[in-house]
Ligand binder design. Structure first.
Ligand code: ATP
Length: 246
């Protein structure tokens, strides 16, 4: 079976600046894989390449065997992407937003399942976001966290085979963050693969089966959170992170 995502020798230049250099990793089907690294280390650039939005300068990213640049249309059917700074259409109500987005995904199969109907996608998203009656309000009246929940619900409810989430719990309070992490684990158990970036090491430790640590656009470590803690004799991933990047 193809890997959910196979990144090899990936590089990206912005003018003369080398933002990514020779980045390689593989995400197995059903795995939750984390990209961690300091600001500017190349996490978003990597996610955007995998999500078909950015052309790599070198190397390639395959999603279930399909090239994210050469076969972008096919890859888009397999993924959902939640950008770090995403917004929703502010003039729509939350429910209208979910209904509108569902029209793009209805009937698309995922993780070996038959495609979902528009009604199913909206019902699932309503349940995931937990916004209840507030779905009747316009998105422009939402707090940052509420908008994030709406967008995350959209990203999961459409049934992607690979969900690419840039800082999924950014702006969420503790209870909402825990809820999102539990959802991710639940979806992973059902077969969805996840590629996630995060600054929150606690989150990464709880959520990710394996992680890659990026520094200055390069992979400086990778492994399971437990394996990395053991290797560096550190009690948590935060300290591993500091040791490796110091
Ligand atoms: P953060 O944790 O702050 O979100 P990141 O790890 O996601 O950072 P990227 O956004 O991938 O990092 O940026 C990697 C490098 O590429 C940085 O040096 C950044 O300044 C540069 N970069 C990103 N986008 C552009 C762009 N459009 N033009 C020029 N340089 C860019």
């Amino acid at each position: 079976m193809s890997a959910a995502c196979e990144v090899s020798g990936l590089g990206r230049d912005y003018g003369r600046h080398r933002a990514l250099d020779d980045v390689s990793f593989t995400v197995a089907p059903g795995e939750v894989f984390g990209l961690i690294g300091p600001n500017g280390s190349g996490k978003t650039t990597t996610l955007r390449i995998v999500a078909t939005l950015l052309r790599p300068t070198r190397g390639r990213a395959l999603v279930f065997g399909q090239d994210s640049y050469q076969e972008a249309r096919a890859v888009r059917r397999l993924i959902s992407y939640l950008p770090e700074d995403a917004g929703a259409y502010k003039g729509l109500t939350g429910r209208q937003y979910l209904e509108f987005m569902a029209t793009f995904y209805e009937g698309e199969g995922s993780a070996g399942q038959a495609g979902r109907s528009r009604v199913e996608i909206v019902a699932r998203a309503e349940e995931i976001c937990g916004l209840g009656e507030r779905l009747k309000s316009k998105v422009k009246t939402y707090s940052k966290g509420m908008t994030r929940k709406l967008l995350l619900a959209r990203a999961l409810a459409t049934g992607p085979r690979l969900a690419i989430l840039d800082e999924p719990t950014s702006g969420l309070d503790v209870a909402s963050s825990i809820d999102v992490r539990n959802r991710v684990r639940e979806y992973a158990r059902q077969g969805t693969s996840f590629l996630i970036s995060s600054h929150n090491m606690l989150e990464v430790e709880f959520l990710c089966d394996r992680v890659v640590l990026l520094f200055d656009g390069r992979v400086v470590e990778q492994g399971t959170p437990a394996g990395l803690k053991e290797k560096y004799a550190c009690p948590n991933l935060e300290e591993v992170f500091l040791r490796v990047t110091r």
